[in-house]
Design a binder for this molecule. Structure first.
Ligand SMILES: *Cc1c(COP(=O)(O)O)cnc(C)c1O
Length: 400
């Protein structure tokens, strides 16, 4: 029998010539990884056909590549979206959005508890470039509506805030945006399409940090953006290609692999999160537990309605005590990585006062509901009872 690569050997005159894939009557089950930056065409006319849209095809990887498209199509399916775009990071998706759709002088009204880098971009970078930005509490529809200006072109919110897990009044916000023809952008990273699908609730644009739960293994940074309006899709894609927000094929390939198990991971993590929230709430030394699936959450009714009775995988809690208690607690749970991320397949613990919200003063943090003892847990797929046990023991060590 001929070896599969014999056909290359026969043709080979120099090692520099690229090899053809060995012929195979059967096809690969896993998605092939295609790292090629360039694509060659059979003729100039064929390239004309491609550039002029008569046939589809790739030319140069910054403009698009198969692994990004395979991944985008899967997330499109999860989000009820079409023509989504993968970017090199979640922040890349947000950059492509602003650079592609906004004009100088436009005002962006944003939720006041966005992801830290998004806040930084909106407070520091966007104003420097001639955009106007301001922030309002999206859990309070009247306050939020009052912050809309004549030049507001875009509203940007996260359905669930980080790290206090407050729930935005999405129905009211979608209504006020639609009435004024303002684009509604939802960063759905925290909620994921398993809890909430923004296009089903009046959003115009969806953003994801694919880095988090969708890829799920903390080994890629990627973003996703989808627009309802095809004209917006073209502008966003052009901005991403021009400003260089293109993702790596290998990252896309890994993320697609991770996405296969998204439903199962989310379901298991959510079950464990509910168990942990209930167990922590009973412990001495715990000042509060914030979990949208618990009746004592400040936005419980809203969360029940938006998330169809589910509570998600994020649990925040506050231990009564200062930095010494915090450090003792962290040291007592060495198996749960103390790391400022979320959505990993394993549980991770973060402490906003020393990471995501360290730029704020203690008073500013307190006004947002985050004291020194405030922690955020991104629950993974481990057994909920086991995690609750580990955390309970560590909290007892921390407060004593
Ligand atoms: C992590 C995150 C981002 C940024 O995504 P990167 O992939 O880290 O660039 C944006 N929004 C939210 C809600 C996030 O959690």
């Amino acid at each position: 029998m001929a070896l599969p690569n014999d056909h290359n050997k026969k043709k080979r005159k120099t090692l520099v010539r690229r090899s053809a894939m060995p012929p195979s009557a059967s096809v690969a089950v896993a998605t092939p990884l295609c790292p090629s930056v360039v694509y060659s065409s059979p003729s100039a006319s064929a390239l004309d056909d491609q550039y002029e849209g008569r046939v589809s095809g790739y030319t140069y990887a910054r403009e698009g590549h198969p692994n990004a498209d395979v991944l985008a199509e899967k997330i499109d399916w999860l989000e009820n979206a079409e023509g989504g775009l993968i970017t090199g990071s979640g922040m890349g998706a947000i950059s492509a959005l602003f650079l592609g759709l906004l004009n100088k002088g436009d005002h962006i009204l944003a939720g006041d508890q966005l992801y830290g880098r998004s806040l930084r971009m909106l407070t520091q970078d966007m104003p420097r470039m001639g955009f106007e930005t301001s922030f309002a509490d999206p859990t309070n529809a009247a306050i939020f509506e009052a912050a809309i200006k004549d030049n507001t072109a875009m509203i940007m919110v996260e359905t669930m805030s980080n790290p206090t897990l407050r729930v935005a009044d999405m129905a009211a916000i979608a209504k006020m945006a639609a009435e004024r023809n303002i684009l509604l952008v939802v960063d759905n990273t925290f909620t994921t399409p398993a809890l909430y699908r923004p296009f089903d609730h009046g959003a115009d644009i969806i953003i994801h940090s694919v880095t988090k739960f969708l890829s799920g293994h903390s080994d890629v940074t990627l973003g996703y953006i989808a627009a309802r309006d095809p004209d917006h899709r073209t502008k966003i894609r052009d901005a991403a290609v021009t400003w260089g927000m293109t993702p790596s094929p290998f990252d896309c390939w890994l993320a697609e692999r991770g996405l296969h198990s998204f439903d199962l991971r989310f379901e298991k993590a959510q079950t464990s999160a509910a168990i942990i929230a209930d167990r922590l709430a009973e412990l001495p030394g715990i000042k509060q537990v914030l979990y949208p699936g618990r009746g004592d959450h400040p936005d419980f009714e809203l969360a029940q309605h938006l998330f169809a009775g589910a509570g998600g995988n994020m649990v925040s809690f506050e231990i009564d005590g200062g930095r010494d208690v915090v450090d003792r607690f962290i040291a007592a749970v060495p198996d749960i990585p103390f790391a400022p991320t979320l959505g990993d397949i394993g549980t991770t613990l973060s402490h906003p006062a020393s990471s995501s919200h360290r730029a704020l003063t203690a008073e500013q943090r307190a006004s947002l509901g985050m004291n020194e003892g405030f922690f955020r847990l991104s629950v993974g797929i481990e057994d909920g009872e086991m995690l609750a046990e580990e955390l309970s023991k560590a909290i007892a060590i921390g407060i004593n």
